[in-house]
Design a protein around this ligand. Sequence first.
Ligand code: SF4
Ligand code: SF4
Length: 128
Amino acid sequence: MKKNFQDHINDLGLWSKYKKDLCKTCEGLCCYMPVEIKIVDLIRLKILDEFHLELSAREQIKDALKHPAILRYTPSTEKFTLRQKPDGSCYFLDQNKLCTKYNNRPETCRNHPQVGPKPGFCAYMKKN
Ligand code: SF4
Ligand code: SF4
């Protein structure tokens, strides 16, 4: 990931109070952060099918981890982590910095930044 992106994400003191219009002029750093998701998100993203709900957690996890978008499963939180590309961007972010799964995006993305490391604030960075 670009070092300035990483530094900006990691330093919560640099985050801005979120306002909807900010996104229009932002580099979109929220799509460069690790995203944790649940089984319901996997189904909405079509990584798993509805029938997986009838399977054991072990089988759900095994099948989810076969998908290239899924990096890992964390047993203590019962959440999966989306894979980030080498530049730090989310697996689902395209070259134009648009979410290819926007209509089916995970809850974490829908709730950002109301829920997150600094609720109500985000890692806004003005586009070059
Ligand atoms: S970091 Fe903040 S301003 Fe930038 S796209 Fe994400 S929510 Fe919008
Ligand atoms: S799923 Fe979409 S909105 Fe969520 S981090 Fe990835 S690209 Fe961004």
